[in-house]
Design a protein around this ligand. Structure first.
Ligand SMILES: Cc1cc2nc3c(=O)[nH]c(=O)nc-3n(C[C@H](O)[C@H](O)[C@H](O)COP(=O)(O)O)c2cc1C
Length: 396
């Protein structure tokens, strides 16, 4: 459940901070990316060098990155980068600051900016933990949906015995994995996603293609796997890394795309066709490179198979969502396409919207269903993927 997730680990000034080094390794073993924030006090117990070496990322402590140039660390960006934030160990002092809403440190402002689930693993001496202020602060955090990872009982750094030891790193990772497993809203759902362009060969050197980068389809695959789905991605030629936990099959032409999608269709629950599949291909594919000549060259094109239309005929329980990129009469054309192809929804993106469509990291969509048009703001493709998968969850 943690594979591919962005983990923000905040370390505060407890003797248990040495365990955070192991915690980083446990997260990385599970396939997560880790970025670390420390408080001033935490650096009395662990060094930045240890933490940055293990996490393979710079360690954050202050707002200002470079006094001379005024470069600063962006707590808002870091908060939205995180899929989860873990404060481990969490001192009595930091727990109290979290409750009060203070924002006078990099850790606290990042906490306030972070919309992802937050886990707090207290670590302190038994009487500090039992103290009514600490207990009341922990209760308030818990009521505000912060997940508390209870400390365990045992020998404490003070030499006393009792409850206050930070939970062991492997246990913290297990607790967090189980949390996400329970929240995996698409668990056991088989999702097939197509992405990228298709290339239709003219000769061994040339082809007819389009500007699709595949970014939208890959963002969908990544978000679906984060929600626990079994994801297969059939991709045209793109220059993108396969998201974690996603099975990828590469194709070139529309015909190959059709075969791979059709072969899998009867075993899936959801198909999202975000690929920009060519509508036409050359009738003849030349065996050798066409030589430059004086005369005009005409290439005769024929229609490629209409994948969605053909699947509509054998569609049973599957939720099928298509994409439409229109340049005129957009809403009406997209709605007609949805009806013709018997789709559950069609995602319209328009080339007339700045920042939307091919190649951009952002997109602006209208989700068209048989009963409504849902318009969304321009946002990153990762966030657009969330909107689309929220709709898929409604459908299933
Ligand atoms: C050796 C030593 C160990 C400490 N261990 C803890 C601890 O386990 N839990 C705790 O709440 N405070 C502990 N403290 C006190 C905190 O370091 C202190 O409250 C500090 O201000 C916390 O700052 P921070 O919350 O910004 O990291 C310890 C202090 C020292 C000197």
């Amino acid at each position: 459940m943690l594979s591919g997730k962005n983990v923000l680990l905040a370390i505060t000034g407890s003797i248990a901070a040495y365990k955070s080094a192991y915690l980083i390794r446990e997260f990385i073993k599970k396939g997560a990316q880790v970025k670390v924030i420390v408080t001033e006090a935490a650096l009395q117990f662990v060094t930045k060098v240890t933490l940055s070496t293990l996490s393979k990322n710079p360690v954050y402590k202050d707002f200002i990155k470079n006094e001379e140039t005024g470069q600063w660390n962006n707590h808002v960006d870091l908060g939205s980068w995180a899929d989860l934030m873990v404060i481990a160990p969490a001192t009595a002092n930091t727990i109290s600051d979290l409750v009060s809403g203070k924002g006078n440190s990099f850790l606290l402002t990042t906490f306030l900016s972070c919309n992802a689930p937050v886990f707090v693993a207290p670590a302190m001496d038994l009487d500090m933990f039992k103290n009514k202020s600490t207990q009341s602060n922990i209760k308030i955090l818990s009521e505000r949906s912060v997940e508390i990872i209870e400390p365990t009982e045992g020998e404490l750094a003070s030499g006393l015995e009792g409850k206050g030891r930070m939970e062991e790193p492997d246990q913290i990772v297990t607790i967090i994995s189980e949390y996400f497993l329970n929240k995996a809203t698409l668990k056991n759902i088989n999702i097939l996603i197509s992405a990228g362009p298709t290339y239709e060969s003219i000769d061994p050197v040339r082809f007819i293609g389009n500007h699709s980068s595949g970014k939208m389809g890959f963002a969908l695959a990544n978000e679906a796997q984060k929600r626990g789905a079994n994801v297969e991605l059939v991709s045209g030629p793109v220059n993108l890394e396969t998201p974690e936990n996603v099975i990828r099959t590469n194709v070139k032409s529309a015909q190959q795309m059709k075969k791979e999608i059709t072969d899998r269709f009867k075993n899936i629950d959801v198909l999202i066709m975000s690929a920009a599949v060519a509508d036409y291909k050359p009738v003849k594919e030349y065996d050798n490179k066409i030589k430059k000549q004086e005369a005009e060259l005409n290439i005769v094109l024929e229609k490629t198979p209409d994948i969605l239309k053909d699947l509509a005929k054998i569609k049973k329980k599957q939720v099928v969502v298509g994409f439409a990129l229109e340049t005129e009469n957009e809403l009406e054309n997209a709605r007609q396409k949805m009806k013709r192809k018997n789709l559950d929804a069609i995602i319209l993106n328009s080339l007339s919207d700045n920042g939307a469509g091919f190649g951009y990291d952002t997109n602006k969509i209208t989700l068209i269903t048989p009963s409504e048009n849902r318009k969304f703001e321009l946002k990153t493709k990762d966030l657009v993927a969330k909107d689309i998968l929220n709709f898929i969850e409604e459908c299933i």
